[in-house]
Design a protein around this ligand. Structure first.
Ligand code: SF4
Length: 77
């Protein structure tokens, strides 16, 4: 599973950085982003470790603007 924050939708409320504090942080632009995004992707998509998936789904469902995009991998995990 991968995830990213849609910067044009995020309002910087910080909820995701509390719910999934190992995955999301508030960046210099005061909007959330994935802490360790995959290399070479402008969208800052990050691969989510198995033990953080639930937190990321919680964060996504709790985001007031629906700014967290969860991308399910096609390959078998
Ligand atoms: S919960 Fe949503 S709106 Fe709030 S900081 Fe995270 S991505 Fe942005």
């Amino acid at each position: 599973m991968k995830a990213r924050v849609k910067k044009d939708t995020c309002i910087g409320c910080g909820a995701c950085t509390v719910i999934a504090d190992k995955i999301f942080e508030i960046g210099d632009d005061r909007l959330a982003e994935v802490i360790n995004p995959d290399k070479d992707n402008e969208l800052k998509i990050g691969t989510i470790p198995e033990n953080e998936k639930e937190n990321v789904i919680d964060a996504s469902e709790s985001c007031p603007t629906g700014a967290i995009e969860v991308i399910e991998n096609e390959e078998h995990e």
